[in-house]
Design a binder for this molecule. Structure first.
Ligand code: AMP
Ligand code: MG
Length: 312
């Protein structure tokens, strides 16, 4: 699986592959996505096959701008204002499909709604513009495993081509909100902290395994490294790897990586999956994580860690 630079020839190879119904790994500001032509049911089916997803879960349609999103879904006033305020960016809107929405029913898991987003990454945007149609792009990892935030995290068998855009700036998946009758319901915490939605008509956060059992990001066990993971650890064991944060860096672990020595939650989110990838070493007994603050991006970080810690 070639890893190529997102220059002219690289982008041309990517659009050719997508037009032929093949899969391309694309950098976004959140994580690397496994992209396919959203209109092509066979290409979408290849995503589920490559990821080994247990079910056909709904995927996010990525578009180049708000105008392109309006070809897919119905925006009410609140949805329109959210899009204007947060796009391009890590906020996904779940909205009613238009009657003539070209996105395949398989991509939307047959639901009357569709999740849409404009990614804030020059390579993703350039590819979307060159391709000229929506791309579905779940995280480019085998189902249930850690999301890739660097090209080299991507497993070799997943796609025909990887566009290398360097490390992802945000590092956790998008915040997903559903907008119904002008009210906003948070379905998954992510790259836009809920605090940033303050002032918007927001209902109680519905995230949690029970809220949406049919959605991969909502499964209790997800984003999981091979090693067992413990959270809220103040005394790591000598055979564990330690994920530290700020000045919370207790001694005693076999190996330690600090998510952000300065205690910056945005930096911690950007480093999270890369650090878990690097510490997931079969010679160790487990991964211990110090308590991570819950505010701001800490909500998404704790959410991903909880799912990584859960064993089915
Ligand atoms: P990802 O694997 O990060 O692309 O996540 C896709 C997520 O989008 C799923 O886990 C769902 O939680 C969410 N999603 C996609 N479409 C819908 C929809 N129509 N209704 C509710 N949630 C959706
Ligand atoms: Mg994922």
């Amino acid at each position: 699986m070639p890893i190529v630079l997102p220059d002219g020839p690289g982008l041309a190879a990517a659009t050719d592959a997508l037009r032929a119904g093949r899969l391309v790994v694309v950098p976004t500001e959140t994580v690397y996505g496994l992209a396919a032509d959203a209109r092509d049911g066979c290409a979408v089916a290849r995503i589920y096959e490559a990821k080994g997803r247990p079910r056909f879960n709904p995927l996010i349609a990525h578009v180049a701008d708000l105008a392109a999103a309006r070809q897919l879904v119905v925006f009410d006033g609140a949805a329109y204002q959210l899009a204007e305020a947060f796009w391009p960016g890590p906020l996904t809107l779940v909205l009613p499909r238009l009657a003539d929405c070209p996105v395949s029913q398989l991509a939307g898991a047959g639901l009357p709604t569709l999740a849409v987003r404009v990614p804030d990454h020059p390579v993703a945007l350039e590819l979307l513009r060159a391709f000229g149609a929506p791309l579905v792009a779940p995280s480019a990892n085998v189902s249930g495993r850690l999301s890739p935030t660097r090209a080299e995290h991507v497993a070799g068998h997943l796609a025909d081509l990887v566009l290398d855009g360097g490390p992802c700036r945000v590092g956790v998946e998008s915040t997903i909100v559903q907008v119904v009758a002008g009210r906003i319901r948070v379905l998954r915490p992510g790259g836009v902290p809920v605090e940033a939605l303050r002032g918007w008509p927001i209902d109680e956060v519905a995230a949690g395994p029970a809220a949406m059992p049919n959605a991969p990001g909502q499964l209790a066990s997800h984003y999981a490294p091979d090693l067992p993971l413990r959270m809220g650890v103040r005394r790591p064991r000598h055979d564990e790897a330690l994920v530290a944060f700020g000045d919370r860096q207790p001694a005693g672990a076999a190996r330690t990586i600090n998510l952000s020595p300065t205690g910056d939650l945005a930096e911690a989110a950007a480093n999270l999956f890369d650090v878990l990838h690097r510490l997931d070493d079969p010679r160790l007994a487990g991964i211990a994580v110090v308590p991570i603050p819950r505010h701001g991006l800490g909500a998404a970080i704790n959410d991903r860690l909880r799912r990584a810690a859960h064993r089915p």
